[in-house]
Design a protein around this ligand. Sequence first.
Ligand code: ADP
Ligand SMILES: Cc1cn([C@H]2C[C@H](O)[C@@H](COP(=O)(O)O)O2)c(=O)[nH]c1=O
Length: 229
Amino acid sequence: MTTPGSFDDALSSVPRRVAPATGRLRWYFGPMDCGKSTLALQIDHNHARQGRHGLVLVRHDRSGSPQISSRIGITRHATELEELTDVRQLVRERWAAGLRVDYLIVDEAQFLSAPQVEQLAELADDAQLDVYCFGIATDFRSMLFPGAQRLFELADELHPVQVEVLCWCGLPGRFNARVQDDRILREGDTVLVADTDAAEVRYQVLCRKHFRTGELDPSPVHRGQLSLT
Ligand SMILES: Nc1ncnc2c1ncn2[C@@H]1O[C@H](COP(=O)(O)OP(=O)(O)O)[C@@H](O)[C@H]1O
Ligand SMILES: Cc1cn([C@H]2C[C@H](O)[C@@H](COP(=O)(O)O)O2)c(=O)[nH]c1=O
């Protein structure tokens, strides 16, 4: 017996999954450039290869397009999440069209609102979807993004992404500094979509000491600005 309008009710008309889902909410986090989008695309590929059906979601990809783009060169179309998108509704629409949803991939998940993260937790619990979220934990001021904070609070699994991004001094970098005219910006909007090699405002991953002191690379050869010849 299912309650009309519930996930169980909506699920009853949907074809069975090929492989069992675990219904877990997973949060993969790390600084810019550590390989999160690459990992998101790899996980999607591995699930799809086994006949599982995923919904690939993104909020504010750097490319400006609704896609997940990895700097290693692979991209995949994704559904853009707007500020007020109800993720449960997106899944219900798939079910209503007779499509299966086994897992969700969400890139740039730091930009989600707290209610959207709660919706993902509900989908994991009540519809047993496997939910994989990827994003940076802290902003240019080293404060948690609201979406990241809610993920730390709610996720079943926390996964720091293993690839180290090095500060110019050689220490592992964890802080995403926002840089303009070779100075670290300490004030501004939380959301400013840009890349680590952008022209005007860019981001640079630093260790805590150099994030704190504001010291940027003293030898710009590391950023390809000097010729060695
Ligand atoms: N040509 C390349 N060969 C090997 N690794 C690369 C290449 N270009 C970029 N990368 C690696 O890709 C990673 C960035 O991946 P990406 O998924 O875009 O990161 P994130 O989503 O965490 O910002 C960096 O760790 C970088 O070392
Ligand atoms: C620190 C910080 C970052 N952003 C933006 C910049 C990029 O567009 C993304 C992170 O992308 P990546 O895939 O992890 O490289 O976030 C921002 O808007 N505000 C910030 O404070």
